[in-house]
Design a protein around this ligand. Structure first.
Ligand SMILES: NC(=O)c1ccc[n+]([C@@H]2O[C@H](COP(=O)([O-])OP(=O)(O)OC[C@H]3O[C@@H](n4cnc5c(N)ncnc54)[C@H](OP(=O)(O)O)[C@@H]3O)[C@@H](O)[C@H]2O)c1
Length: 237
């Protein structure tokens, strides 16, 4: 896909992986819609993009709240002239606790952001992309979406679910030229991994994840990668 003059919505783009990916897309000439809850930060980021001559819009949204994904999608299309070439479901929250401590409210809150919102946005996006005759949906899963361990059940369930969503989207979109793929990184040096005992310089860098996504977006229309695992050097996964 040529990225110049394309349109993209990247969720969770006020920080970390989403922000880095938004930068890469905008630098390549894509008009990017950024979103997150932090309105002031979003405005600062947009100012910086504008100084660089990059085309971008910002729509603040709390995607753990019912109805916000639908509003975000509608507002995105109003900024992009009704077209969307790339959707990146990146916004997510980490959760760690034994299963016995997970309340229904906690379950719903994590699942709402990490899985329900990607389902809703992807459903609206694939419908549009099928009509357009093409597009790409990128889901940011995790190595925790391939394997679960003590304390990761809820986060892992959301990230396994994201891979299931991706596989179905790929099968449903393929006849219409719509691609879907999931990226499964290990520890990435972002605020989400700040409490990890691993030093940030030994982690995967957000830029590495962005580069992998950009490489995939540049493949020919006939090619798709499945379940891309990005590992730290020396890590088991
Ligand atoms: N860091 C890692 O080690 C790692 C590894 C594998 C996968 N991942 C996945 O990568 C994705 C990005 O994470 P990151 O590491 O870049 O984390 P991050 O730096 O903490 O960024 C998280 C982003 O999600 C947004 N967000 C959080 N809650 C939200 C909500 N309720 N509504 C809307 N936006 C919300 C945040 O924006 P606001 O705060 O402005 O709302 C922020 O832009 C996540 O899905 C994560 O699970 C991360």
């Amino acid at each position: 896909m040529t990225l110049n003059r394309k349109t993209a919505l990247v969720t969770g783009s006020t920080s970390g992986i989403g922000l880095e990916l938004a930068r890469h897309l905008a630098r390549a000439g894509t008009r990017v819609v950024l979103t997150g809850r932090r309105k002031d930060l979003l405005e600062d980021i947009l100012r910086d993009f504008s100084l660089k001559g990059w085309e971008a819009d910002g729509i603040p949204a709390d995607l753990a709240t019912s109805g916000e994904a639908e509003r975000l999608f509608r507002e995105t299309l109003s900024r992009t002239g009704g077209r969307l070439d790339i959707l990146v479901n990146n916004a997510g929250v980490w959760h760690q606790s034994p299963v016995e401590d997970i309340s229904r409210a906690t379950f719903r809150s994590v699942m709402s952001l990490n899985l329900e919102t990607p389902f809703i946005l992807s459903g609206m996006a694939i419908k549009l992309m099928k009509r357009q005759g093409g597009g790409t949906i990128v889901n940011i899963s995790s190595v925790a979406g391939i394997e679960a361990w003590a304390g990761s059940a809820l986060y892992s369930a959301s990230k396994f679910g994201l891979r299931a969503l991706t596989q179905s989207l790929l099968a449903e979109g393929a006849p219409f030229g719509v691609k879907s793929f999931a990226i499964c990184p290990g520890y990435v040096a972002t605020p989400m991994a700040a409490d990890s005992p691993i030093p940030p310089e030994e982690m995967i860098q957000p830029e590495d994840v962005a580069r992998v996504v950009m490489a995939h977006l540049s493949l020919s229309g006939a090619t798709v990668l499945k379940d891309i695992v990005i590992s730290r050097l020396g890590a088991e996964q």
